[in-house]
Design a protein around this ligand. Sequence first.
Ligand SMILES: NC(=O)c1ccc[n+]([C@@H]2O[C@H](COP(=O)([O-])OP(=O)(O)OC[C@H]3O[C@@H](n4cnc5c(N)ncnc54)[C@H](OP(=O)(O)O)[C@@H]3O)[C@@H](O)[C@H]2O)c1
Length: 296
Amino acid sequence: MSTSEPKSISILGLGQMGHAIASNFVSRGFKTFVWNRTPSKGADLVEQGAIQSSSSTECIRSSPLSILCVNTDDIVLDILAAAGDISGHTIVNIVNGSPQQVRKTAEKSISHYMADGYLHGSVMASPGLVRSGGAMTIFAGSSETFKKWELTLQPLGITLWLLDDVGAAPLYDCSLLSILSGIFSGFMQALAMIGAAGHSETEFARGFVVPLLGQMEEWLIRTAEEVQNKEYVAEKNGSPIEVQLDSTKHIFETAKELGVSSRLLQGFLDIVKEGVERGQGREEISGLVRLLRAPE
Ligand SMILES: NC(=O)c1ccc[n+]([C@@H]2O[C@H](COP(=O)([O-])OP(=O)(O)OC[C@H]3O[C@@H](n4cnc5c(N)ncnc54)[C@H](OP(=O)(O)O)[C@@H]3O)[C@@H](O)[C@H]2O)c1
């Protein structure tokens, strides 16, 4: 960290995520001001060296950079309204939301409350990973503001900046979360079947799931290229929608034999069937995107 940058930071909201973030800054030697509606949640941080502010306004005013980590943007705006003019203070909001909502909060923070810089941060990790410093956070907002605070924000782990449009961060956040939803849906289905058949869930994960996911890199990039280029038929790769329909039906049959529900995968089965019914059976899996978007 260069000497011109402050080593102090304010963290408002000490729930699971805010506490993990604050503990990270404290352990890296920052003068860390903390505030939480329920003050007792900051007691252990104070023992580690954090300074507990008596109000949210005092916390924001104690350092030039504040990270807000509460449940909703309405609470963020209440905190900023109570603080009044916050010119000279930069706000980093890590409350999840939709792109439109995030843009509205950013606009209000700057125009009503005069925040001196505003970033939206989407933390792509669990509090545990944040605590250990291995998390990834995607930022959007003014590039100048990000450059100014990039080094200060390093205790968060990997920090990536996207675009001036703050709405880009929740867009990428939700898109990445949708990948995790898909992985978790399939993983829960798999564990339910493996365990119901009397096999070790842990050995299955270690020996089979991890190597399978390791093979995905080339496939993911190729699929994204097919979507971007609108070239959905790729005979050589040979994983067309009609084959996906057969393999998804096999999953349902296997689950039924084991007395396991397949309802997590019902949406996938439905859309694969729809693809075949609409004559897209020879298209790669990338062709399913055509069924999700509004017709061009
Ligand atoms: N946990 C995760 O895995 C994760 C991952 C990525 C992003 N995030 C995002 O991080 C944000 C916080 O999540 P979290 O897991 O830390 O939630 P949490 O554990 O439920 O904590 C919520 C925080 O909001 C505060 N709060 C709630 N209502 C309030 C009010 N009316 N006035 C002032 N403070 C209020 C709570 O204060 P009290 O302690 O007084 O109740 C607490 O500090 C959310 O936007 C979430 O989407 C979380």
